[in-house]
Design a protein around this ligand. Sequence first.
Ligand code: CAA
Ligand code: FAD
Length: 384
Amino acid sequence: MLFQLSEEQQMIQQAARDFAKNECLPGVIERDEQQKFPYDQVMKLADLGFMGMMVSPEYGGAGLDTVSYVLAMEEISKIDASVSVCMSVNNSLVCYGLQQYGTEEQKQKYLVPLAQGKKDGKLYIGAFMLSEPEAGSDATSQRTIAEDMGDHYLLNGTKNWITNGSTASAYLVMAQTDASKGSKGINCLIVEKDWPGVTIAAKENKLGIRGSDTTTVMFTDVKVPKENRIGEDGFGFKFAMKTLAGGRIGIASQALGIASGSYELAKEYAKTRKAFGTEIMNHQAIAFKLADMATKVEAARLLCLKAAWEKDNHMDYTLSSSMAKVYASETAMWNSVEAVQIHGGYGYVKEYHVERLMRDAKITQIYEGTSEVQRIVISRSILK
Ligand code: CAA
Ligand code: FAD
């Protein structure tokens, strides 16, 4: 077994590291305070080819592997998880779903600009809409209705907590067509933000990833042409689950970045801060915290890379992506709390970045399936 990145993967990692340092770090505290969407950063990510990293060049993507995606997500998330969540949703939920299950017409019309992150020089990104006020973890309980009208669907309902909700141009919306069929009555429809009947409701005021755009989106009698359905009638829930298996690799890598960013800041601080006549790293209580943080980062990274490798090798990665997500997100939380502790009072103020990492870490245990949901997926898989 070779634990070595290819030259191309190392180049992508370095490009993402440079991008995070040069483009994301300046202004990250202000964007968090002011809840400002990182528009310039996302436009530059698009120029780098990072908004459609795994999409084939035939459809405007960079044609890279999932391992490269994990490496890039980790580097960007060390600095700004509000940028990386936008990147993750576009890459692994929206572009992946369209590339894998979309028709040729859907790919030409929607995937090409989504993978490029731009259309006519303007931002063009996507959103993935599964959650509703009454259907979060219990995702089959969809209340949004896509009524079959023959040549089109009539879409009515409310989706909440939508990442990129107001900035996205194209939405992948899960909705119930035939409730009597349960999860097999759900469809996934491609909806454009500008269509009549689409309303963007209030933006959420969040604990963390405050620069990311999280809104409720409502649909009132939205006419969606039949050709905008992804897959066969009733494929929508399976589509969502299959797509989320890859999405969870993205969020696991985001959590990994928050965990490794926290560790790196804490290590540097411990080398310079003095107490009782010596650098605090020389106190074993601090050195042991750093040892645990480093070990957890390594384990989380290996889980993320294994899930990515399985995906790249066309194996079933559902179990490994849930394992990566639950472990990396719990490590992000643990490491970021310890990073604040190692910084003492300085950790509690914004200039040192670790308090933001701690606030950002929490969401990784909630979205794309809570830690409890990941344990449902894992336990069902190992016990079946
Ligand atoms: N691949 C293919 N099919 C799958 C599947 C998978 N990974 N997982 C489930 N299915 C199929 C099942 O086989 C079943 O079909 P059959 O009846 O034909 O066997 C059908 O889907 C229903 O599955 P379950 O009976 O397992 O459904 P459940 O009600 O027990 O729920 C669950 C399972 C894992 C809890 C699921 O509901 C779930 O993942 N919930 C969490 C939802 C979630 O992750 N939301 C994230 C929203 S996006 C987001 O959050 C983005 C962001 O923040 C940035
Ligand atoms: P609930 O499902 O009500 O869960 C509440 C608690 O009960 C949790 O701890 C949960 O783990 C636990 N629980 C529920 N069922 C079980 C069970 N069977 N066993 C054990 N414990 C259980 N969704 C999208 O579709 N698209 C997005 O882009 C998106 N972005 C998001 C961005 C943010 C910032 C946030 C906060 C959420 C986002 N979500 C998005 C929604 C997210 O996926 C849901 O919040 C998440 O799936 C949990 O659903 P819920 O909030 O309804 O919690």
